[in-house]
Design a protein around this ligand. Structure first.
Ligand code: DGL
Length: 258
C-alpha cells in the first residue's frame, strides 16, 4: 500500500510555533513537500515533564514514519531538548533535525553584549540548554527568562492582544533598554517579535529558523534525498485538534509571514 506522505518532509511542533520554521524550510527548499503537524490539543509542551514530552513526540514521530516521511524536523525547542536523542536512537536511519535556542550566533557575534534568552520552562531547565549556556557564559552577559503562558497566548492566535502585551510587560520590563540581543528560544515567539520590540527597544533578534533550514538542506543533500525536479512542492497542515478553525488559524499565521 502506498504510504500517504512517502518522500515528504515531516515537521511538528506543540502547535502553531513550528510554522515559523516551516516558512524558512519552504524558502530554502521550495521543491520539497512538507507535512506539518501541530499538537495544539496537548500544548503547551513547555509546562510538561520530560517524560510527557518524549511520549507525545514519539507518538507523532511514529505516525509520521508510518506515513512514509523521508526526514523529520522537530520545529520545537522544547520537544528537541527533551526528545531528540531518544528519537534518533529509535529511528537511526531517519534524518532528524531539531531546533535549539540560537545562543551561539548571538553570543559569538563580536563585542561583549547583553543577551537575553526567552524560552519555555522545559527548554531552559534541561541539560541541553544548560550545557550551551556553560559554553558561552564567560564570553557574554547572558540572562534567560522563562516565558510561562506566552506560547499558549500565541496558540490562541491573539498576537496583538492586551493579554499578550500585559504578559510580555510582566516578563520583560526588568530588561527594557538593557539588552542588545534577544534569542527567541521557542518557535512561537517570532510571531510576537514586534510586541517584544515595543518593550525592549532596539534589539537584534536571533532565532533558529534559517540555521535549521540550512541544516536540513545539507543533510538531505548528503543522503541523496533532495528533490530536484524544478517543481513547486506542496504543504499539508494537520493538527491534533482537527477542527476547521484550527487549520484555518495555521494557514492564516503561515500566510501572514509571506
Ligand atoms: N514552540 C515550542 C518551542 O519551540 C514550545 C511551546 C510550548 O510550550 O508548547 O519551544
Amino acid at each position: 500500500m502506498e504510504k500517504m506522505y512517502q518522500g515528504w518532509i515531516g515537521t511538528f511542533d506543540s502547535g502553531v510555533g513550528g510554522l515559523t520554521i516551516l516558512h524558512e524550510l519552504r524558502k530554502l527548499l521550495p521543491e520539497e513537500n512538507f507535512y506539518y503537524y501541530g499538537d495544539s490539543l496537548h500544548s503547551p509542551y513547555g509546562e510538561k515533564t520530560r517524560e510527557e514530552i518524549i511520549k507525545l513526540s514519539e507518538t507523532i514521530t511514529d505516525a509520521m514514519v508510518e506515513k512514509g516521511v523521508k526526514a523529520l524536523v522537530i520545529a520545537c525547542n522544547t520537544a528537541t531538548s527533551s526528545a531528540v536523542t531518544y528519537l534518533r536512537q529509535k529511528y537511526p536511519n531517519l534524518p532528524i533535525i531539531g531546533v535549539e535556542p540560537a545562543l551561539k550566533p548571538a553570543a559569538q557575534k563580536g563585542e561583549d553584549k547583553h543577551v537575553l534568552v526567552m524560552a519555555t520552562k522545559a527548554t531552559l531547565k534541561l541539560e541541553k540548554f544548560q550545557k550551551l549556556l556553560e559554553t558561552f557564559k564567560d564570553q557574554t552577559h547572558v540572562d534567560s527568562v522563562v516565558c510561562t503562558g506566552l506560547a499558549s497566548a500565541v496558540e490562541r492566535g491573539e498576537l496583538h492582544s492586551k493579554e499578550v502585551k500585559d504578559l510580555l510587560h510582566g516578563l520583560l520590563d526588568p530588561y527594557a533598554g538593557k539588552v542588545d540581543r534577544v534569542v527567541l528560544g521557542c518557535t512561537h515567539y517570532p510571531l510576537v517579535k514586534d510586541e517584544i520590540k515595543e518593550i525592549l527597544g532596539e534589539v537584534e533578534f536571533y532565532d533558529s529558523s534559517y540555521g535549521t533550514a540550512k541544516q536540513l538542506k545539507n543533510r538531505l543533500r548528503e543522503e541523496g534525498l533532495l528533490v530536484n525536479e524544478g517543481r513547486t512542492g506542496q504543504i499539508i497542515f494537520d493538527s491534533s485538534k482537527k477542527t476547521e478553525e484550527e487549520l484555518a488559524l495555521y494557514k492564516r499565521l503561515y500566510q501572514m509571514m509571506d
